[in-house]
Write a protein that binds this ligand. Structure first.
Ligand code: 4AD
Ligand code: MG
Length: 482
């Protein structure tokens, strides 16, 4: 007999037919009522045991967490809370689960505890919801770009370049660490390494995406990226997934509009397709908020927050304008910022970003035209402008409530001489990036793109407080378990 998934059963309700369901026991009441879940839906199916005709040895093995099958008639339920149930004529035990040893319990367990049991936390209602939503968001992103005519590109994971020029790379080598070969001038002899040169895990697929965009027009990547930055925050991972679209003949405005449209599309998709899972997470968040002091609680529920983002246009302003607002803000004047905003040119801290988004505008914000000195070498250099103290680039960062930066992007420097000059200033050797410069030598054109941190998006949509809880097996300083 074919197994029916619970999601399908609850959708089609084939009353009075014989069905076979398989899943994990979520609860077992009165030696009779099993709440069964198979992951296909957040909803459990009630399975009712035929008490008299079930072998007590089998009944004894129906425990929270056990994997079982149930065969029987699907009937209308007499009980509250469900429309249908299965009257089991046969129970099959696939995998026992000893409640004495099983780390999960049928009650609320802290995210920290569950992170230490990340191999089992899929089994909890919260994490099952998070990972179903993560899937839906990935699918929505592919659908969004596919429907627009973008081509998905796979860019290298092992590379010899540092796309961001920030030096936060994990090295990749097969050189014996106990006996590293050295050159005559006592440098590490990478010519003996696997690739005949020094390599690392990619920090971004952008540079390769640009090469593709300058032929295919509109492309995007969706791949893993790696950053060896020692950031122990709720928003940083050492391994995260990034979506990087790149568009030929586009400028900064086109870039912002694309990013805004994409974010609103995928959030709307989640609201329309993941309502039940979002409800679980919304309720979870309400419980979590109750443990916080009143003034730190969110004014909006999870779904209200998501609707708010799709119903409102993002605010666009320049870095220079933002600095003005921050300098004159009351937390700055009252010395409430940990990093006081003194002048033009410094990078914004997350407390400043959050002030702009959550207090000042109360909307997602797109900040543009940052000082060149705090941004990557590939960003397009702006014309000097009155009232702007120093050189800026056509950069944009999108800031979200509770998250801070969710997207970073720019129009790219398409002019060869300007790009070469900037690389020289930043000590980036031309010979390492000759292939990148070639696109500026041959048929260069204006183009733009951005990177969306996938986990930060999943974090926003699920309302999870810590980014380590939206990727199955998080990598962060001191942790590469599982
Ligand atoms: O701002 P970033 O560093 O930009 C780039 O990598 C560009 N190459 C993107 C492009 O223009 N194609 O990173 C982009 C986004 C950030 O806005 C953030 O959402 C996410 O990636 N991100 C991280 N997410 C989790 N953990 C980290 N350590 C992250 N670093 C960046
Ligand atoms: Mg950035």
């Amino acid at each position: 007999m074919r197994r029916t998934k619970i999601a399908e059963l609850l959708r089609t309700e084939p009353i009075d037919t014989e069905v076979l369901v398989k899943g994990w026991v979520k609860a077992f009441r009165n030696n009779q009522f099993i709440a069964l879940n198979d992951g296909s839906t957040p909803h459990n199916l009630q399975v009712v045991l035929d008490f008299e005709n079930t072998d007590p040895a089998v009944t004894d093995r129906i425990k929270f967490g056990a994997a079982i099958g149930a065969r029987g008639q699907l009937v209308e339920s007499q009980g509250k809370g469900q429309k249908v149930e299965v009257k089991a004529s046969e129970i099959i035990i696939y995998g026992d689960c000893n409640p004495e040893e099983f780390p999960l319990q049928p009650k609320r367990q802290s995210p920290e505890f569950l992170r230490e049991h990340a191999h089992l936390r899929f089994r909890t209602n919260t994490f099952a919801a998070v990972f179903r939503i993560r899937h839906a968001l990935a699918y929505a992103i592919h659908k969004f770009f596919n429907d627009k005519g973008f081509y998905h590109q796979h860019t290298p994971i092992i590379t010899a370049s540092d796309a961001e020029g920030a030096g936060e790379m994990f090295q990749v080598t097969t050189l014996p660490l106990h006996k590293i070969p050295r050159t005559e001038s006592d440098e590490i002899d990478f010519s003996q390494d696997f690739f005949g040169r020094a390599t690392n895990l990619t920090v971004s697929g952008q540079l390769e995406a640009e090469l593709a965009a300058l032929a295919l027009g509109e492309v995007y990547t969706f791949g893993p990226t790696f950053r060896a930055e020692n950031s122990n925050t709720t928003r940083h991972l050492a391994e995260f997934w990034m979506i990087e679209p790149e568009v030929a003949f586009a400028d900064l405005d086109d870039n912002m509009s694309l990013a805004e449209e994409m974010l609103q599309y995928v959030i709307r998709y989640a609201l329309e397709h993941c309502a039940d899972d979002l409800k679980i997470l919304e309720d979870r968040l309400i419980e979590e908020e109750k443990t916080k002091p009143q003034d730190q609680r969110s004014e909006m529920s999870l779904t209200e927050k998501l609707r708010f983002v799709i119903d409102n246009q993002f605010v666009r302003l320049t870095y220079t304008e933002a600095i003005d607002i921050l300098k004159n803000s009351s937390p700055n004047k009252k010395g409430k910022f940990q990093f006081p905003v003194e002048g033009w040119g410094t990078d914004l801290q997350s407390e400043h970003e959050r002030y702009l988004v959550e207090k000042h505008f109360k909307k997602p914000v797109i900040l543009t035209n940052y000082p060149a000195a705090i941004k990557a070498f590939y960003m397009r250099q702006d014309e000097a402008k009155e009232g702007v103290p120093g050189p800026t680039v056509a950069a944009m960062d999108i800031l979200f409530p509770g998250i801070g930066e969710i997207v970073g992007g720019s129009q790219r420097e398409e002019r060869l001489e300007k790009l070469q000059a900037r690389m020289k200033e930043m000590h980036i050797p031309e010979k390492e990036l000759y292939w990148y410069l070639d696109t500026r030598r041959f048929g260069s054109c204006p183009h733009a793109g951005f990177g969306l941190g996938f986990e930060r998006l999943v974090q926003f949509v699920t309302g999870m407080t810590n980014i380590r809880d939206v990727i199955a097996f998080p990598r962060y300083p001191g942790n590469a378990e599982f």
